[in-house]
Design a protein around this ligand. Structure first.
Ligand code: MN
Length: 197
């Protein structure tokens, strides 16, 4: 019998909770179809390979470029993405030490959002824009292609912004900037700040 190691994480909110910024259709396709396919692919690829039994993070760190790295990266990136979202009324702004870190690195929260928006809107092709932290506590913004992840560059991912068209096409067609503008309303920065440790 085939062993399945990885499961599709459940959403911490209802499919309609993020509308109108992110519609039920977008969430249901993105989580229920795209994300599920990455999980299924990863399970099939890992089964019987030398990566069987490793944690997702270890696979992301160790697998050389190729199908296993791509699918493991996409599973981790989507886990971060969906976990950090919240209905607008529950989306908390950064506070305390995390806000201090942001101010140290970018001057202010608004300036950080400006830089993240610029990086994510100008990234060419399918990929992700991340807020990440290095081992001396500096925050970094970086964009990476396909399913790549900051862990592969000794950075810890804190916030993962999906800029693949499938993340926004149903609601915004090619208007990635509009998707990003509305996405900021749905980020629970408390969840993001908990990833620092
Ligand atoms: Mn996606």
């Amino acid at each position: 019998m085939q062993k399945f190691h990885f499961e599709l994480p459940e959403l911490g909110y209802q499919l309609t909770d993020l509308a109108p910024m992110m519609s039920r259709d977008t969430l249901s396709f993105h989580h229920g179809k795209h994300f599920r396919t990455y999980v299924d692919n990863l399970n099939q690829l890992v089964d019987g390979s030398k990566y069987e039994g490793l944690s997702l993070i270890d696979i992301v760190r160790k697998a050389p470029e190729g199908p296993i790295a791509n699918n493991a990266g996409q599973v981790l990136n989507h886990t971060l993405f969906f976990e950090q979202l919240a209905p607008e009324k529950n989306a908390k702004r950064p506070t305390g030490e995390f806000l201090f870190l942001i101010e140290q690195s970018f001057g202010s929260f608004d300036k950080m959002i400006e830089q993240l928006t610029k990086a994510a809107s100008s990234y060419f092709g399918s990929g992700w824009t991340f807020l990440a932290i290095n081992d001396i506590g500096e925050l970094k913004i970086l964009s990476l292609p396909n399913g790549d992840n900051p862990l592969r560059y000794n950075l810890k991912p804190l916030l993962a912004i999906d800029v693949w068209e499938h993340a926004y096409y149903l609601d915004y067609q090619n208007r990635r900037r509009d998707y990003l503008k509305n996405l900021w309303l749905l980020i629970n920065w408390h969840v993001v700040s908990c990833r620092v440790i």
